[in-house]
Design a protein around this ligand. Structure first.
Ligand SMILES: N[C@@H](CCC(=O)N[C@@H](CS)C(=O)NCC(=O)O)C(=O)O
Length: 211
């Protein structure tokens, strides 16, 4: 398998974690986002959405991190990243979507660049970024606090799709100096995840293109 990735891409980070958790090796294909390599026609042929990540599984080209992780779950079911019961699966997907749909799109590269073209300065852009982190993490904290003490991770005692999304989002929040004290349950789960080799090895500073 080949994974088109950039060390700071949180969507690629989610897939790196899932691949590591499932014990799947892959060849990293490095795409430099700030240089705009994802908009190069050669990459656009692989991914018409011009976004990272893309997974090439023996010629099958897959994009959108959650769709990729669900594909991995269907093709390599063990260890499972979704619980067995339908209600549990729905909860894990809901937590993952809270991060991937309600926080991440408001803070990704093209959104921040557009704010700049609309005349916002660095400080205003950082304020925007932290606002959406705080809004989303407060909701995540409320969700996770419901099950406080009943599981080490987002849902139970083994990592799931939700944890694959939570950890990269916290790396982003730290990068923008967000205040994380109001989210003790989220941070407890983050700390538990980072003790696992699969999460640790996927982090930005451990990637071959880390700057
Ligand atoms: N929903 C997509 C998000 C993909 C995405 O926004 N990727 C970012 C990197 S984390 C990207 O390629 N950004 C390029 C840009 O914003 O121009 C997924 O989960 O894969």
């Amino acid at each position: 398998m080949k994974l088109y990735t950039y060390f700071r891409s949180s969507a690629a980070f989610r897939v790196r974690i899932a691949l590591n958790l499932k014990g799947l090796g892959y060849e990293p294909k490095l795409i430099h986002l700030p240089k705009g390599e994802h908009r190069d026609p050669s990459y656009a042929q692989l991914n018409h959405q011009a976004l990272l990540p893309t997974l090439d599984d023996g010629g099958a080209l897959l994009n959108q991190s959650l769709a990729i992780i669900e594909y991995l779950e269907e093709t390599r079911p063990t260890p499972a990243l979704l619980p067995k019961d339908p209600a549990g699966r729905a909860r894990v997907r809901s937590l993952a979507l809270l991060i991937a749909c309600e926080i991440h799109p408001l803070n990704n590269l093209r959104t921040l660049k557009h704010l700049k073209t609309l005349g916002q300065d660095e400080e205003q852009i950082k304020t925007w970024y932290r606002h959406w982190i705080a809004d989303g993490l407060a909701k995540l904290e409320a969700e996770l606090a419901q099950t406080k003490g009943t599981g080490r991770y987002c849902h139970g005692d083994s990592p799931t799709l939700a944890d694959c999304c939570l950890v990269p989002q916290i790396f982003n929040a730290k990068r923008y100096d967000s205040d994380l004290k109001p989210y003790p349950t989220v941070m407890r789960v983050f700390d538990a995840c980072m003790k696992l080799e699969a999460f640790d090895r996927a982090q930005p500073s451990k990637q071959p293109d880390a700057e």
